[in-house]
Design a protein. Structure first.
Length: 331
């Protein structure tokens, strides 16, 4: 199975979070055919497991996630790209990593490993579990779509649920009620106007008001309203958290996710970038070694109906991963 066939085979397995079991079993079987592989399932939750393969005691581990966002749709290809859910995020990356390590092993270059985890698209459950079970690796090459540029850092993430409560009343007599929606709208207006931190490497923090829900009916003063808010951080989030606590005065503020901005390892001779999305790397907490971030494909196509990965970038990534691994093995 060549790298394009492997990419399509992976894309054609529906692995929308948390249903990664089938793709995990496929990878377990596939990796078991590589000479000298010691392959294991690392349990995370019932019917969910990470897949780990090693060749001798690993110094360098190549890792990415197996799960995808919904909705699932199968693969197709044209002369330039492979299309389908997860093509660039991250089934094509998995195929490139597997091929790169297979070629290294065939040349007798060992002390490498592959780690494919569940749950990155939701809560990094697989990476958090892997952090409890390190295998001695000193360097972690994490794969996300960076257009094969070595990412020097990634923005962090801070997600909230903001809930307002009020009192129902007939809309003809609004003075008898208390509108939760109006309370929420006032708070959201303050959030939109709040100053956000900036950083020389990462640029500016951003905020997205992702969902809003509430109310009972058009003729009822609403007693409940809720919004989900997502910040992309350029720091540890302390100042943003303090500002949100002040803005939410009188409303219910629940912190759902907090990941600080991170800086990654550098290697000479690679084109570099900075990414605005969060990754599994903070969840690994250094347990699998110094992190590096690189992968084929564009994040602008991930999570879209047009998701695809250029074939030439997959081929390029195979060579880049081998080059990175060999350089790190010499350090």
């Amino acid at each position: 199975m060549n790298v394009f066939e492997l990419t399509r085979a992976l894309v054609d397995i529906d692995s929308v979070t948390p249903h990664e079991e089938r793709v995990g079993e496929f990878l377990f079987a596939h990796l078991s055919t590589i000479p000298g592989a010691r392959v294991e399932r690392m349990p995370v939750e019932p019917q969910r497991f990470n897949v780990f393969a090693q060749w001798d005691d690993p110094v360098v581990t190549l890792s990415t996630h197996m799960d995808t966002v919904p909705p699932f749709f199968p693969s197709h290809e044209d002369g330039e790209s492979i299309w389908g859910r997860g093509a660039c995020d991250t089934k094509g990356i998995i195929a490139a990593m597997v091929t790169a390590v297979s070629r290294m092993v065939a040349r007798g270059e060992r002390r490498v490993a592959l780690l494919f985890v569940v749950g990155e698209e939701r809560n990094s459950a697989g990476a958090f579990e892997a952090a409890k079970q390190p295998r001695g690796s000193r360097y972690l090459i994490n794969g996300e779509p960076t257009e094969n540029k070595l990412a020097l850092g990634s923005k962090g993430a801070l997600r909230y649920e903001l809930t307002a409560h009020g009192k129902m009343a007939h809309s003809a007599y609004p003075h008898l009620g208390e509108s939760a929606i109006e309370k929420l709208l006032d708070a959201l207006d303050r959030i939109r106007k709040m100053p956000l931190p900036k950083d020389p490497l990462f640029g500016a923090s951003t905020v997205n008001i992702g969902t809003i829900q509430g109310g009972r009916a058009p003729n009822v003063i609403p007693d409940f309203a809720k919004a989900e808010i997502f910040f992309r951080l350029v720091d540890d989030g302390a100042s943003t958290r303090s500002a949100m606590n002040a803005i939410a005065n009188g409303l219910e503020l629940t912190e759902v996710l907090s990941i600080p901005a991170m800086r990654f390892g550098k290697l000479g001779g690679f084109e570099t970038s900075v990414v605005s999305y969060a990754t599994d790397i903070p969840a690994f907490a250094g347990a699998w070694g110094e992190p590096y971030l690189l992968g084929p494909g564009s994040i602008h196509l991930a999570h879209t109906a047009e998701e695809r990965i250029p074939k030439n970038e997959i081929l390029e990534a195979i060579e880049i991963y081998q080059r990175m691994a060999k350089e790190l093995l010499r350090k």
